[in-house]
Structure formats: C-alpha cells, structure tokens
Write a protein that binds this ligand. Structure first.
Ligand code: HEM
Length: 501
C-alpha cells in the first residue's frame, strides 16, 4: 500500500527558499537551467550593477539547496489516497511524514541513493517532500526512458515549474518545444563554427588581452575563479556587457545571442528584461563549463603523467599545424577533433564530476520495460529519476577503481577512443552520461566541448601553470549540489600562472 500522508495544497515554494537578495528572475534560460539541472539562480540587480549570483558562487552556496530540492520535487503533489498497484517498484517512504527522505536526499543524494540501491536494487520509489520519485539505476535500461515519447515521459513540466514557481517568472507564450527548435540549429549545426570562433576570440582576449600585466611574472589566483571568469568570457561586468545597447556594438557577439535578443523583442520583452534574460542565458548555458575546466586542469596538475601526455599531443597536433597557434584567429575544428588524449581526459573528468539528475514527469500510467525483461508500472503524476553518476559513471563493475582519475581510461592501446564498456557481460550503450542522452541530450554539447578544449589548449600553450603548493589536495565535493550538473568543490584551489615568453 502506498501510505497516505496528506499533500500540501497551495504550497508556496518561494517562501523560505528565495534568498533575500534575489529578485524576480526571467529568461528562457530557466528552461535551460532546468535542462542542465544547474543551481544557478541569478539575482538580477538594478540596471547598471553587475548581477549577484544567488547560490551560484563558485564556492560559497547561500542558497538553501535542500529547500529547493524538496520543493522542486514536490511540484504538483496530490494526496495519493490510493493503494499500491501490482507491478510497481519497491516503495520506501522514510520515517518523516510527507517529507519522507527529503533531508537525507538533500544532504547527500549520492550516498542516499547508494543506500537505497543496496536495499532495494536498481529500481525503487522514494517519497521526497511529498513527491513519489521512482529512481532507476540500471544503465542498460536508460534508453527506455530517454527515448520514450513526450506524451508519456516529459522533461518540460519540471522546467516550466521552476520558471514559474521557484523564479516567479512568466514569459508570454512560453513554449519549451519551440524554444528548443529555435536553439537547435544555432547550437548544433548552422552556427556552431561561428560560436566556436567567437568563444576563441573572447578567450584569447580574456587570457592574453592585457599582455603587459600578463607578462609581468607569476600571478596567483584560484583555479575555479580562473576557469569561471575565462569561460564566461568577461570579468564581472556581465550585466553592462550584455545590455542590448552594448551588445549591438560588440563585434564578436555571437549570432546565437543576437538571435535570442530578436526573439525576446518579438515576445515583447522590455529592454531591461532582455538584459536580465541574457545574463541568465549565459549563466545557465555556460555555468557547467567553468567547473568542467576547473576539474580537468586540476586532475592534469595532480597527474604529471597525464599532463605530459596532453602536452605531447598538443605538440604533435597543434604546435606542428600549418600555422603557429599564436597566429591562429581560431582553432580549426579539424585540430579540435584530433586530440584523443585530451578527449579522454575530458571524458574521465566528466565521468568523475558530472552528476545531473535526469528527471522526467510521468504523463500517463505506463509500464517501464527493464533490459533484463522485468517490467514495472509507473503512475501518472510521479517523477522518474535517472542518476548516471552512480551507474554507469561510478560503477566498479564497469570502471576499475572508479574513484581514481585515469587519463587514458577512454583510450584504446592504438590511441583511438575507447567505447566498449560492459556490465553484466553485456556491452553498454550509455557508459558515460554527463550530457544526458536521448531526446533531451544536451544541445550545447559540441559547443561546450569545443570551448573547454580551446581554453585548455590556450592555457597550456601560452602559460606556465602550477599548483600553489605541492601538497595541494583535490578538494571534496560540496555534497549538497548533486543533481545540478557539474559538482562544485568545497573550496577553490590556489594556483599560479605566468605567460610563457
Ligand atoms: C560542461 C557543460 C555542459 C554539461 C555537462 C551539460 C549537461 C546537460 C544535461 C545533463 C542536460 C539534460 C539532459 C536531460 O535531462 O536529459 C542538458 C540539456 C541541455 N543543455 Fe547542456 N550541458 C552543458 C553545456 C551546455 C551549453 C554550453 C549549452 C548551450 C549553449 C547547453 C544547452 C542545453 C540545452 C538547450 C538543453 C536542453 C535540451 C532539451 O531540451 O532537450 N548546455 N545539458
């Protein structure tokens, strides 16, 4: 029997959740925010001031994530008031009425879900803040979820809920499917090259722009700080930089942002709101790239053998290119695609640090087929959650010593990309899922990969980079941030760098 703890009608998600400094938020970026599961809630300041980031600062996290989590997961919950049906996954209600497992879930989702998996197996339902969440942890069965039609398992209701309830935002005629159709050619096909070039120009300017300052010896900074500020292409003054008037005068603006401004204008969104939406868009889409670059560089700095292998590859591919890299206005796609060692390092970094929740709303009662032949009933209105971080990414059956960074884990002995990984004797299709998979796989994947590689190539080519001290350890994760995309470190890592003359 499903127990019947009363649901909270008229739940007010904003009360007690929104930091005082956060005002109303706007932008289709919220759709992406949900898409990437990031915890970037931006406070939009009065015009002329840089934006404050609520709960999204690289290290400190004033946002009460637990509340967000339980409230977000509690969207639309009604008192169940009905019995458990045959064929449903094992149910675990926890010990606290209505809240269920929300506290443990919010504190450290990975440990909680590991415990549940040990108890119930790779599919179970838990009560979290009034919401029944069915968790699936068998990677062989993920395709049945991520390729299911939207009429049965939908990614969008959660995104819209976040926009409307958590961020108090209503965009006129907002339609996630249209938004996606609009973005797809910009991010994936037509404009990818232009985007990549714009990113390279920005990165060169940010990293090498002030050569007099850069040339004057060693500089000390935090690695996360460096990664974030570089990959956001601007140092702090996002707000000013992205106001429509400024944007119109910038030569290296990306056509993607231009098209987004046009779209907002067509929607009748005011200038001020447009600037806010752009800030959010930038953070929401690029916010995972900073932490990715941070972990990647840190793993390289902590593993001299890996760093040497990447440098050797760069020497072969980049430094021997027809034109010296210092003279290139962009890194050609051909070069970006010829870096298997760096690809392996990136995949390994994401395997260890990307921990998004892949969530789908159950739109109709349905039977979920598992790869081993079992079938489980899911109820309309419940939520389905995949957590690839636990399996496949950290599964010891798939990856030996899964906690350890091995730079060549995704390389075959002949240097090509390794794609064959096994569980239960069967080859896995989804063996690493930092970008999700299926219908809602990350639209920005290629752009993000290009940008991160450009950043690493530029850094390793033009700079000497060292850890602040030899005993610097890889910091622990901030455990409250599972589910929001890339994990964040508990603290930044001091490094020093100088331009290579
Ligand atoms: C390291 C960087 C990034 C990571 C790890 C990442 C990861 C993800 C994940 C896990 C999803 C959700 C998959 C799902 O729920 O099924 C997603 C969706 C999405 N991402 Fe990313 N992302 C990154 C960067 C970007 C960038 C730079 C952009 C755009 C410029 C972007 C645009 C999107 C969009 C539009 C979706 C929604 C797709 C849909 O609606 O079907 N992402 N991303």
């Amino acid at each position: 029997m499903r127990s019947c703890h009363g649901g909270l009608s008229g739940l007010e998600p904003l009360s007690g959740v929104k930091p005082a400094s956060c005002q109303s938020l706007t932008g289709t970026a919220l759709f992406l925010w949900a898409a990437e599961g990031m915890t970037l809630a931006l406070a939009v300041p009065p015009a002329g001031e840089p934006p404050a980031v609520c709960g999204a600062s690289p290290v400190t996290s004033p946002w009460p994530l637990l509340s967000v989590l339980s409230l977000a997961l509690s969207h639309g919950t009604k008192c169940c008031g009905f019995c458990r049906r045959p064929g449903e996954p094992p149910l675990d209600l926890g010990s606290i009425p209505w809240l269920g497992h929300a506290l443990e879930f919010g504190r450290d989702a990975a440990s909680f879900l590991t415990r549940m998996k040990e108890k119930h197996g790779d599919i179970f339902t838990v009560l979290v803040g009034g919401r029944y969440v069915t968790v699936l942890l068998d990677p062989h069965s993920y395709d049945a979820v991520v390729w299911e039609s939207r009429t049965r398992l939908d990614f969008h209701p959660y995104a819209i809920f976040l926009m409307e309830r958590i961020f108090d935002l209503q965009l006129p005629n907002f339609n996630p499917s249209e938004e996606k159709a609009r973005m797809k050619p910009l991010l994936m096909h037509r404009d990818l090259q232009a985007l990549t070039e714009a990113m390279y120009t920005n990165l060169r300017t940010v990293l090498l722009g002030d050569s007099t300052e850069a040339a004057s010896g060693w500089h000390e900074t935090g690695l996360l700080d460096l990664s974030y500020s570089s990959l956001l292409s601007v140092k702090g003054r996002l707000w000013k930089l992205l106001s429509p008037a400024q944007l119109a005068t910038r030569v290296d603006r990306s056509s993607w942002l231009q098209s987004y401004v046009r779209h907002l204008e067509e929607m009748g969104v005011s200038e001020e709101m447009q600037a806010r939406a752009l800030v959010l868009q930038l953070w929401a889409t690029q916010g995972n790239m900073g932490p990715t670059a941070f972990w990647l560089l840190l793993y390289l700095l902590k593993n001299p053998e890996a760093l040497e292998a990447v440098r050797e590859e760069l020497k072969r591919v980049v430094w021997l290119a027809e034109q010296p890299v210092s003279e290139m206005s962009t890194l050609p796609q051909k070069i970006l695609d010829s870096l298997p060692v760096l690809d392996s390092v990136l995949n390994e970094t994401l395997r260890l640090t990307a921990a998004p929740f892949i969530t789908r709303e159950v739109m109709a009662d349905l039977a979920l087929p598992m790869a081993d032949g079992r079938e489980f009933s899911l109820r309309r209105g419940d939520r389905l959650l995949l957590f690839p971080f636990l399996s496949p990414q950290k599964d010891p059956e798939i990856y030996t010593e899964p906690e350890i960074f091995k730079y060549n884990r995704f390389l075959n002995p002949d240097g090509s990309e390794k794609k064959d990984f096994y569980k239960d004797g069967k080859r896995l299709k989804n063996y690493n899922m930092p970008w999700g998979a299926g219908h809602n796989q990350c639209l920005g994947k290629n752009y993000a990969i290009n940008s991160i590689k450009q950043f690493v190539v530029l850094l390793l080519t033009h700079f000497d980079l060292e850890l602040g001290s030899e005993d610097t350890e890889v910091p622990e994760f901030d455990l409250s941030r599972y589910g929001f995309g890339l994990m964040q470190p508990e603290e930044d890592v001091p490094i020093r760098y100088r331009i290579r003359l």
